[in-house]
Every structure is written in C-alpha cells, then in structure tokens.
Unconditional design. Structure first.
Lengths: 568, 626
C-alpha cells in the first residue's frame, strides 16, 4: 500500500495510524505547545494552544483533528503566534503569579510556555491574586488560583481512576475544578492516589509536604530518625539527580540521607520480603480452605481506600497483610523501642515513598500502636526527598554510595520488583513455587505477570493446582475487573491491584514523567532484581532474623491489619 | 380514545375529525400561548365557558369524534404571534380577531359575536385610524406566509383529534406506507430544507448520513433548547402545534431507521413541556407512537428531557451530553453527531422548526417547498420580533423577505415615531445590521455575507436611543455568563471583552480598547471550541464595524451619543431658561447643585450621580440631559 503523507510545515510526514494531527506534528520534531493534551487521557481540546493553520487559512486544533492525506498545515504563522500569545495572556491574567514561591515553578507548563512565547505584558487586571486553597487532604493540596482548567486532573480522576472525587463546578469564568457541593476534598471519595497532581501542568494540585516535620525531627537531638526507602524511589530519581542505575541510586540515597542527619536508613524492600512471606502463607492457607477468592493484594493504600468506598463487600477478600511500609514500620518501632542504645529517645519513623496515598495510610487509626502513636511518623515522597537533597546542598552526582543500615540489611530481588505492576504477584509466585531453580524463576517471569499493560490475566501451574491470576494497575481497570468477577464472567485466585497505572514507579510522589520514562523506571527495577543475588523473599536472611529475634509472637498483630468496614 | 391498529382506521378517524371540525358552526379560539396566558387569557376562557353555559349555548370544548350539528367550539389555541396585542381571541369562521381582551369583555363577545353574529368593533385592531376586524387583514399578518405556524392559533394544542381534523399525521402515514426510507431522505434532500437552529446545515444531508450508518440503535433528537434572549419561535410551535413537530420526528425515524426520539426542552418552558407530554400521551393512546404503529412493524418511542437552562446545551454535543446526564459541555469533533451522537450512537439532531417543516414537504413535495423563497435557502422562517418596534410578536415570512418588509410592513415600524438604528439578528451569536441592510434579503447566505446570521430567528429592533456599545455589552454579558467554561478563548476571552465593554460604557474606556477588543474577538472567533465561542464576538465585531464612532465617543469624549449610558449622562442647566428658583438644588440628593436665588444655578458634574431629579423637578425645562 502507498504510504499516505501530510505536509507539516511543508515537510511530508507519513501518516502511520496517528489519531490526530498533534501526534504527527510531534513526529515531525515540533514540540507543540499544549496544556490539555496528555496522550494517556482522552482528547479534551480545551486549551486551544495546539491550533494549526491550513492552506485556506482555517484553524484546526491539532489534538482533535484527524490527519488527512495530502492536507497541508503550518504550526507557526503570524496568526497562530498571535492567538497563542493571546491565550497565554488570558491564562496568566487569571492565574496567581507568585512564581518565586510556587513549588511548581521549575516544572510549570504555564510558566514554560509563557517564557517560550515571550509574554512580556498582561494587559488585563489579574483576577487571581490570593491563593484559594483546600488543604483538607493529607495527600494533596489544591490551590484554585493556579488552576488553568485544562481538565487533566478531572479526566484522570474520572476516566482513568474511576474515583470521581473532582469534576467541574460552575460555568463560564466561574467554572472551577471542585468537589460535589464544594465539600473539602478530604470528605469526598478521594483515595489520595495523587494522580491528579501528577498530570497537573501548574501548581494547582500538588503533593502535601512533610519536609519541615522531618527536618525538625532530624534537628532534635533527643529524636532518633529512622528512614525506610521504597523500591520505586531508586528508579524515580534518575531525571532529577542524574543517577540511572537503581542499585547505585539506592546506595547514594542512603549516603545522602545519612549526610542529612537521618540516624538509620533502611530499604523497604525488606518490608516487601516480609509481606511476601505473610501474603504467600495467607494465599496457601486460602488455597487449602478454598477461599475466599479472589484474594486481593493489600499493598496499595489507595486501592484499600477505593475498595472501602466503592466495594465494602470485597473487604473480606483483601489480604490482611499490612503493606510493606507498615510491616517494616512496625518492626522498626518495635526494634528501636526495645533497643538499649536508643532507649528513652523519641523514635521518628520516616518512609520515603513514591506515593501520596501513603500519607493517608500513615494516619489511619488501624495502624495506631498500643501507646497511641503512629507506626510511621512522616511520609516523604520522592519529590520531597529530592527537595531535601537539594536543600542540604548535597552533590548527589559525586557522592559515594553506601549500604543500608544494620540490622535488617538484607534485601531480595523479589522485594525490589514490588515497585512495578506485577511485581507483588511475581514475588509471591517465587515463594509458592516449590521449584527453586533458575529456570523456574524464568518461567515465572515469562508467565505474563510482567509488562506495563493495565490489565494482565494469566494462569500459573503450581503442582496440580492451576492458579488463575490477574494483575491490574489503575483503579478504572480494577473496577472493570471487579465487575467481571462479580458478574461471574471471570474467576481468579489472586488479583494484584495497584492504584497508579504501571504501579508505584508511576506513583504521584515521583517526579513528573512521560510514558517512556516510566517504562525506563520499570526496566530499572527488573535490572536491579537481576543484579541482586537473593531472588526470593524467604531467602533473605534478614527475614528469619526479624521473626526470630525481634517480633516473635507479636508477628501476627504487627504484620496484619483488619480494616473497619464502613457500612454503606 | 381507542387505539387504532391499521391505516384504514387512521383514515376513518381523520375523516370523522375533519367532519366534526366542519360542523362547528362557530369557533372561539382563546390564545393560550405563554404571552397571552400571563395576560390572563385562561380567565377569559373560563369566563367564556361560564357565560355560554349560562346563555344555554351548546358549547364544545373538546372536539367530539361523533359530530353533532350547530355547536360552538371553544378552544385554547396556541400562540397567534401578535403578542403585543394580547390576550387575543379569534372568532371563526369570520376570522375576527379581538385584541387586549379582558374578562369584562366576555359578555359582549358572546352577545354580539356568538348570538348576533356581529364583530365587536371596539376590540378590533386599529392602526392609523383604520379598524381591522379580520385577523388576515391586519398588516402584521398580511405580509406573512404562515406555513410552519399555519395551525398555531387555529387548533387546540391539547387535542390530537383537532390535529387530525386539519389533516394531521397524513405525512407520517404516507411515509410509513407509501414511501421507502430512501425516498423520504431524497424528498427532504431535494427540498433543500436547511436546519432552522442557526447553522443552516442541509437537513437532507444530515438524514442521509445517519440513514447510512450501520450502527444501531439510532436516535432522533429534537433541540427545543431555544436560548436566544427574546426568541420564542420554537416555544410557540411546541405549545401551539406539538403534533406537527412530533410528526416530523417520527418521519425522520422512519427515514433513518431510528426508533427513539428525544425532545430536549428548556425547563423554562413549562407549558411547552406540558403540551408535549399531553401530545405524546395522546399519540401513544391512539397507537401513533409505541410499538408496531398501525400494524406497520415500525415502532417509535418519544422521550422528553428538560434542560436546566444552559444556553450552551443548544450546541449538539453539549445537548446530547446533557440528555445522557453528563455536564452539558461541547466536545471536540470529529466524531460528529451523525456518527457518534446521543449515547454514542448515530443521531439526527434538528431543531423544532426544522422538524415542523417536514410534514408539509412530504405532502406537497420538494418542488412546492422550493417555490417558497430562494432556491438555495427555501421555505419560510419564523422570527421573534422584539425591541423598539411597533408590533412585537412572532412572525413567519418566506426566506428572502427583506428586513424593511419585516420591520416596517409587518412590524409597523419603530415605536414612538423614532428613527430606526439597527437590528440585532441571530441572538448573541449574530450581529447587528443597519439602515444600509434594510433591503437585504433574509436568508442564510445573504446574512452570512453581511456578517450576521439568521440564527434561530431572534430579531431585536433598535431605535436611535439605543447605545450600540451597550448592546454589545448586553450580549457579551449574556455569552460570558452562558459559556460552559471549557475552552480558554471563550471562558477567558468573553470575560475580558465584557470587562472592556463595561469600562467603556462606564466612561472608563481607554485608548486602545477598541483594538484590544478586535484582537480578542479575532482570537476567540478563530480558536474557540464550539459554535457558541466562535460566534461570541459577533455583536462586538459588528457594532465596532458599523458604529465605531460611538465607541470612540465613549472612550475619548466620555459621551454616549445615544444618551443611553447612565454613567455618561451629563446634566446641565441652561442659564437662559433658569429662573433661579432653587427647586433643583433642593431636590438634589447629593447637593451637587448650587447657585443664588434668581440667578442661574449650576450643577457640579463631579458630584452629580445622574439621578435626574433636577430635570424632573424643573418647571422651566432648564435642565438638559445629554
């Protein structure tokens, strides 16, 4: 078949299944200005920045116009320039322009395009001079005065995550992104996944910060600050800190955190190994008792909250295992409170996470310790960690990597891959598979649990038992799968759910990333797994030590949780 | 009413109704359109009914299927269009029209018109000393060609039997039994019927595109979300002749292979909703709607959705979103409504007036239709005539009629002998036309060339006292209020244009404001997502084009040439006429007037709040405004 072409700025560009002119323009090497076009979301067509002009002088929004063979458009003309500058000016006129103190300043799309198009003057009075904040959520913070109404967050919350906590309220110039009846976001069905903030081009939705609280703990001589770092964090710092090797990045993070004053730094991977051990045991138990199936994984706090809100009937199906962070957090407090070296000091437990929902998990009443304190005292997202490293002035590029602290020093490859969708399932399979050979490991890897697709369905044979498994990431995908299960259309023994599409590597606490970068993060974790000698959680010597030495008979109460099911 | 199951039964029932219609020796039609009802026409109806009962006159309020001789039909009709003169009562067969009727007039109407057979002259319409007894003789009606509104005001809108009595549902019957769907589409295509909702898109093309779609189900959607300020053409059809619109939708259903029709009506039209509900219920009862209609195998169900009053829901994709229960917000196109419309299915979306044109086209043929008005934009168009015009109301003229004929012949010219200045046509999306356009034929293409649009048919006539900047401000206020807020140019651009217009009429305009308005208008027009935004700048652009000097006077001289802008009004005292009585000073609420008794007084412009109390109180006409 003859290839079809479109002329972009007089250059022929082949049409190869692109759904819109914008994709073709990008292929032609033009960075098209846009606020609302996000290839993972539906086409919204609201910012009107991506207009192109055809031969007859007609204007088309490139994001929502299908390519047509033989059509010729230009991406830059006197009129287009004027329109784009006008649109930017109109947006700026309705935007709280406190750029010097805005945390999105360095990565703000509005600021970037305003500079790119050289907006020197805003000819309209500014309608938004004061912040209009909703700080009710512990996960995200909303400032309406910075919202440009591109709708990315609304589509993310509704289309991808099926949460529906936010939508457009009001109309015309009074329109804003808000909750039903304008209640504070914390009082809605928001699960805290933070994906809204991950797509927000400005500083309108950002992650709530625990940085100051953490510094204060570090500065306090009577406080022992203990940190754990989630698997995905090491894969998320590459772009900002320039370290692409996950193993080295983890080592550098440990070193940097010690320099900052953290007393002990651990790897949540160890927590993940505990989770695998407990979860595999629970799964085998359920196989023996014939259910209840499907068993849902419980690592993701946004998923837990989603299930509580929308499917309380599924709560008995969710594994009673605490998340790796909470398991490890319990062990840490248990250990340090009974350690004579730190006796009498306050133990401040910090978790460095790729996740915003963890901030809510940390304050859940179910994780209160018998003395009324929290298991985890502060959650630092990857973004916040980077900020702290910058703040401390640490030359991350040249710092020598170090190992994590002892005890609990050992990690396994199974724990590391928790950070990517399918990782928990793969780790559990490594545990339940009696064949402990290398080829069995490869067989598990090839079983269909890997890959960044939103829904993966597979079967795995263990002995004479064929396990039916599903792995989903993205709550919208989870919802579709739940409907299939509830209608009887599908049956699974195990369903792994991660709220963020692609898993924790694409968590909202991570620095902003495009699809390609997210895929690189996944690869990074698998490479780290490859480079780790211990592949299976149960082979991690730290695990046996924890059970035997530190938690003993408290194991069940420290590692499991029973969420209070809210009545609908 | 019993269900009719075959074509023959429908023909027989229609015959009976026609006969019954004819045997009513006299009919009293009380206008029950929204305008006349608010003027008290339902009380007049009740009084007439009571009076006739008292006088022992056989009175029929519902058309009896079994005709009996010598009765007087008393009916609540749809809108007659001459709303300025309401409440209206029409007596048939003579065609006498009584205007501004009150309950007290009822006795005389019954005594003279019904009992003696004479017109009540004092209630007849008078213009320039001439008394017009008959409705058809009144100049307002003489120049009109009522096709769509033919039966509005002639029949009881609440009765399907009356609709059958004037030959109703014949076109539907023909489409159902004598025509192939492709023939129906062809007839509509050949007729060059263009959508009356504003865009003027060929209805036949739309229908054929939907007919061609393989996806099922398909839907027929009627846009009754008439939102232009002052426009009420569609409302009148829905209220006055609902079956005619239903018939058009049902024919579209046959032609395109759809079995469900949705009518989207504004909730602000409660009477239209009520009459449509009645009409649908009656059609269902008769078996003209529902399953296996007249044994033909064709099924059609009709649904009503009420819109919550958002202007933008008149836009196709916003309308279908609203029916689906979503936020009424336009989406990007393609896909177009004909492919992915309501519930993502192929959808024919036309407005009320378009559907009301369908039945006569099918009955009389495409050539007949093309014989009315210009070939490329044939047929008639209903307009809502409002503003500073003698005869406000609802009119219908052939396409191609000139503005002059509409304003001066039908509308009776400008009210109060003032001079004509401009007319805003096409509502907030349209533009203004001036004296030089008076001989412009009103059709889709001619108006587009002149920078205006027919729109849905709102015509606001303005006299010399109208400030054109204020007109632009009024429409921009409307549009920015009704913008859905989705796309940046419309949401932010209309807001800023309004801001600038507001400061100009408040006397705070700055040099460069006109150019800034033009720049914003250009951006919004060329980059907005939907029709509302693309046309939002129409009133601004056309008023600047034709009345730039007025803008300049506001900005540079802080003067409103029409003397309409409150903030720019200036009150001065003519020293020649002032006798120094001090009455003005005593009545000034802000002590802006000072002077010595018996000497001319002076107004301090910086203190004056332009209330006009001085002028009202001056016995010598010494206070001047302007």
């Amino acid at each position: 078949m003859m290839k079809e072409y479109m002329l972009i700025d007089k250059i022929p560009v082949p049409i190869e299944g692109e759904k819109n002119i914008l994709a073709l323009v990008q292929k032609a090497g033009i960075d098209m200005p846009t606020f609302c076009y996000y290839s993972e979301l539906s086409v919204y067509g609201a910012c009107r920045m991506c207009m192109v002009e055809d031969d007859r002088g007609n204007m088309h929004a490139a994001c929502s116009t299908p390519p047509k063979a033989g059509m010729s458009v230009v991406t830059n003309s006197a009129r287009l320039r004027k329109y784009r500058k006008n649109i930017l000016e109109l947006l700026l006129a309705n935007h709280c322009r406190d750029c010097t103190t805005c945390e999105k300043s360095e990565s703000c799309r509005l600021k970037e395009l305003a500079r790119r198009f050289y907006i020197e003057d805003v000819r309209f009075p500014n309608g938004k001079t004061e912040p209009e904040r909703d700080e009710s959520s512990v996960c995200i913070s909303i400032d309406h005065s910075k919202c440009i109404l591109c709708g990315d967050c609304v589509r993310m919350c509704n289309e991808v995550q099926n949460v529906g906590a936010i939508s457009f309220v009001g109309r015309g110039s009074k329109m804003e992104v808000g909750t039903a009846f304008k209640v504070p976001i914390a009082n809605t069905q928001c699960v805290g996944c933070g994906q809204c903030s991950a797509v927000c081009p400005t500083g309108a939705i950002v992650v709530q910060k625990n940085v100051t609280r953490t510094w204060e703990a570090i500065y306090d001589p009577n406080t022992v600050v203990v940190a754990q770092i989630a698997p995905a964090v090491r894969a998320g710092v590459a772009k900002e800190l320039g370290e692409e090797n996950g193993v080295i990045a983890a080592g550098k993070i440990f070193a940097a955190m010690r320099r900052m004053g953290f007393n002990h730094v651990y790897d949540t991977t160890t927590g993940a190994d505990l989770t695998v051990t407990e979860e595999a045991a629970e799964f085998l138990e359920r196989l023996k008792d014939d259910g209840p199936f499907p068993m849902f994984t419980s690592c993701c706090p946004a998923w837990i909250r989603y299930a509580e809100n929308k499917h309380p009937e599924l709560m008995p199906n969710i594994s009673t295992c605490r998340s790796p962070m909470q398991m490890f957090g319990s062990v840490i407090k248990e250990y340090f409170e009974h350690n004579e070296k730190t006796a009498g000091k306050r133990i401040f437990s910090v978790a460095v996470m790729p996740c915003t929902a963890k901030k809510y998990e940390a304050i859940r009443p179910e994780f209160k310790r018998p003395d009324g304190t929290d298991t985890i005292d502060a959650i630092i997202t990857t973004q916040e960690l980077i900020q702290m490293i910058h703040e401390a002035g640490i030359d991350f590029k040249n710092i020598s990597p170090e190992s994590s602290s002892m005890p609990f020093g050992g990690t396994s490859g199974a724990g590391v891959i928790f950070g990517v969708t399918g990782g928990v399932t793969e780790a559990v399979l490594r545990n339940v598979e009696p064949d402990k050979t290398y080829s069995a490991l490869q067989q598990i890897a090839m079983s269909g649990v890997r890959g960044l697709e939103g829904v993966k369905e597979t079967t795995y044979q263990v002995g004479d038992q064929e396990l039916k498994i599903a792995v989903v990431s993205g709550l919208g995908n989870a919802e579709k799968l739940i409907r299939k299960v509830q209608s009887g259309e599908a049956f699974y023994h195990l369903i792994e759910v991660m709220a963020c599409p692609r898993g924790c590597i694409a968590g909202a606490g991570q620095p902003f990333a495009r699809s390609r970068e997210k895929a690189e993060r996944a690869k990074n974790l698998y490479t780290t797994d490859n480079m780790t000698q211990i592949k299976r959680s149960e082979s991690n010597p730290a695990i046996d030590e924890i059970y035997a030495k530190y938690i003993g008979r408290k194991a069940h109460s420290l590692l499991h949780v029973h969420y209070k099911v809210k009545k609908k | 009413m019993t269900r009719i199951n075959t074509r023959d039964e429908l023909i027989a029932l229609r015959k009976k109704c026609i006969a019954a219609e004819k045997r009513e020796k006299r009919k009293i039609l009380v206008c029950a359109g929204t305008g006349c009802v608010s003027g008290g026409s339902l009380n007049i109806y009740a009084a007439l009914k009571e009076k006739m009962a008292k006088e022992g006159i056989a009175c029929e309020v519902e058309l009896a299927a079994d005709p009996h001789e010598d009765v007087v039909g008393l009916k609540k009709s749809g809108c007659h269009g001459f709303c300025e003169m309401g409440p209206l009562v029409r007596i048939e067969p003579e065609g006498w029209l009584y205007t501004k009727v009150k309950v007290e007039d009822v006795d005389e109407i019954v005594a003279s018109s019904i009992q003696e057979g004479k017109p009540v002259e004092r209630l007849a319409y008078k213009q320039n000393g001439v008394i017009y007894e008959k409705q058809e003789d009144i100049p307002f009606y003489q120049k009109q060609t009522r096709k769509v509104l033919e039966d509005c005001g002639r029949i009881d809108a609440d009765s399907i039997l009356e609709y059958l009595g004037i030959g109703g549902y014949r076109a539907f019957e023909k489409a159902l039994f004598d025509m192939e769907p492709a023939d129906i589409v062809k007839e509509i295509s050949d007729s060059n019927l263009r959508g009356r909702g504003g865009g003027g898109f060929a209805a036949g093309t739309k229908w054929s595109q939907v007919a061609r779609q393989k996806t099922t189900p398909k839907y027929i959607v009627c846009n009754g979300d008439e939102g232009d300020p002052g426009a009420f053409m569609d409302r009148s059809v829905m209220e006055g002749d609902p079956h005619r619109m239903l018939e058009g939708m049902m024919i579209a259903g046959i032609a395109c292979g759809a079995n469900d029709g949705y009518i989207y009506v504004r909730a602000e039209y409660p009477m239209a909703v009520a009459r449509l509900r009645t009409a649908i219920a009656q059609a269902e009862e008769l078996g003209l709607l529902g399953e296996n209609i007249l044994g033909s195998g064709f099924s059609f169900r009709m649904h009503i959705n009420r819109g919550a009053g958002a202007f933008v829901c008149g836009e196709g994709s916003a309308l279908t979103a609203s029916i689906e229960g979503k936020r009424g917000m336009p989406r990007v196109k393609p896909p177009r409504t004909v492919e992915h419309g309501l519930f993502d299915k192929p959808t024919v979306l036309n407005n009320v007036e378009t559907f009301a044109n369908v039945a006569p086209i099918l009955l009389n043929g495409a050539d007949w239709y093309k014989s009315i008005g210009p070939e490329k934009s044939p047929g008639t168009k209903a307009f809502a005539l409002t503003g500073n015009i003698q005869n406000t109301g609802l009119i219908e003229v052939p396409m191609g009629t000139t503005l002059r004929e509409v304003i001066f012949d039908i509308g009776g010219g400008i009210r109060g002998g003032k001079k004509f200045k401009a007319v805003q046509i096409g509502g907030p999306s349209g533009g203004c036309l001036t004296k030089e356009h008076l001989d412009l034929p009103l059709d889709f293409d001619s108006l587009k060339k002149a920078g205006a649009i027919i729109g849905s048919g709102g015509l606001v006539v303005m006299d010399e006292d109208t400030c054109m900047v204020e007109v632009a401000r009024f429409f921009m206020h409307f549009t920015q209020n009704e913008s859905c807020g989705k796309c940046v140019p419309c949401r932010e651009g209309t807001k800023r244009m309004l801001e600038i217009l507001e400061r100009i009429v408040n006397g705070e305009g700055r040099e460069g404001d006109i150019e800034l308005l033009e720049e914003l208008a250009d951006t919004v027009t060329n980059t907005a997502l939907c029709g509302l935004g693309k046309t939002a700048a129409g009133p601004v652009v056309s008023t600047i084009k034709y009345f730039r000097d007025e803008y300049e006077a506001h900005i540079r001289e802080k003067r409103c040439p029409a003397g309409a802008c409150q903030k720019l009004k200036r009150f001065t005292i003519d020293p020649e006429k002032c006798r120094g009585c001090s009455k003005c000073a005593r009545n000034c609420p802000v002590n802006a007037i000072s002077g010595e008794v018996r000497k001319p007084f002076v107004i301090d412009g910086s203190k004056c709040i332009k209330c006009g109390a001085c002028k009202d109180n001056c016995a010598f006409g010494a206070v001047k405004e302007g």
